[in-house]
Design a protein around this ligand. Structure first.
Ligand code: NAD
Length: 313
């Protein structure tokens, strides 16, 4: 099967492409290497697949390129490309979020709407819930994003469901809850923590560290995408979480013991857009997709310690 992975050079997109190739699929990957973080990190994400005979990389911007030629023969689209990051989405940078999250999604939906697609999987986010204070959070909760990033991810999710209802695009939106693993974006907390501990540098923890997150190991997220591809389900949004809740302080303790060193922690006030707690109700994904997260935080974090997983530059 020929699949298209947008954002293929990113953290999740590169893991997904690797798994699709391992399972015998053909992958067309699109990425425009935004400068949100270093290009060399993204090139490293693709290092072991870039010359695979069933992989083709198109360096193209979803918000402006002619997407039609890239869709020839494609049966499944995994739309992972986005401008990520909650706290950077305020102010002048909002423009990048509108462009890479909303405009890019609308353009790829337009490009696929008349094509015979088997599935369109959209990478949504727990950030759509924001101020919903119901735990575990079910998909039926009315989203109330707390950041401009969350607003753009929700807007794009609405666009996907709109194209499903009007043009029959076979959409499934997966709302990922904080994803971690080797190749995690350098701006994300676990990555910063491991890099800081290994380098003996001070780490910044926003808030008192007692905020909790539902963390999802990247291989579980990739599996959820493959389950969505195989499922007859369309027109739904499903939570994809790790099934446990862990505080930032507990993560730090686990990482200290894995790295064999103490973390030097400096606390700073919580930043606008961040939430105190996330916890996914994943019963629907379990029931409807057969999704079962299988990696515990202590096992997943151990994979992050390897020097190849961390960008120290
Ligand atoms: P990432 O930044 O590592 O990957 C995104 C990739 O998309 C980047 O390589 C970037 O260059 C590319 N991209 C952005 N705009 C583009 C455009 N206009 N055209 C072509 N390529 C473009 O991010 P990630 O952490 O791998 O996240 C992947 C997806 O998962 C995103 O949609 C994100 O919103 C979603 N998500 C991630 C998390 C998480 O914890 N990492 C949680 C919830 C949702």
């Amino acid at each position: 099967m020929r699949c298209l992975v947008t954002g293929v050079a990113g953290f999740i997109g590169s893991h997904l492409a690797r798994r699709l190739l391992d399972e015998g699929h053909e992958v067309v990957g699109i990425d425009c290497f935004t400068n949100y973080y270093a290009r060399e990190v993204k090139e490293r994400n693709l290092r072991d697949i870039v010359s695979h005979p069933r992989f083709r990389l198109a360096e193209a911007d979803l918000a402006s390129a002619d997407l039609s030629p890239l869709l020839d023969g494609v049966r499944v689209v995994f739309h992972q490309a986005a401008q990520p990051g909650v706290t950077g989405s305020w102010g002048a940078q909002f423009h990048d979020y509108v462009r890479n999250n909303i405009v890019a999604t609308q353009r790829i939906l337009e490009a696929v709407k008349e094509r015979p697609l088997d599935k369109f999987v959209y990478a949504s986010s727990s950030s759509v819930y924001g101020d919903v204070r119901r735990y575990p959070t079910p998909e039926t909760a009315l989203p109330r994003p707390r950041s401009p990033y969350g607003v753009t991810k929700l807007a794009a999710e609405h666009l996907c469901q709109l194209y499903h209802r009007n043009y029959g695009v076979p959409v499934i939106a997966l709302r990922y809850f904080t994803v971690y693993g080797p190749g995690q974006r350098p701006d994300m907390a676990f990555h910063r923590f491991v890099a800081g501990i290994l380098a003996g540098q001070e780490l910044v923890v926003y808030g008192d560290g007692e905020q909790t997150r539902d963390f999802t190991y990247v291989s579980d997220v990739v599996t959820a995408n493959l389950l969505a591809m195989a499922s007859p389900l369309t027109g739904v949004s499903l939570n994809i979480g790790g099934g446990t809740t862990t505080s930032v302080n507990r993560v730090l303790r686990l990482l200290e013991s894995l790295c064999g060193r103490k973390a030097l922690v400096r606390h700073q006030p919580t930043r606008p857009g961040e939430v105190e707690r996330t916890l996914a109700d994943i019963s629907r994904a379990k029931r409807q997709l057969g999704y079962r997260p299988s990696v515990r935080p202590e096992d997943g974090l151990a994979q992050l310690r390897g020097s190849d997983a961390i960008y120290l530059g």
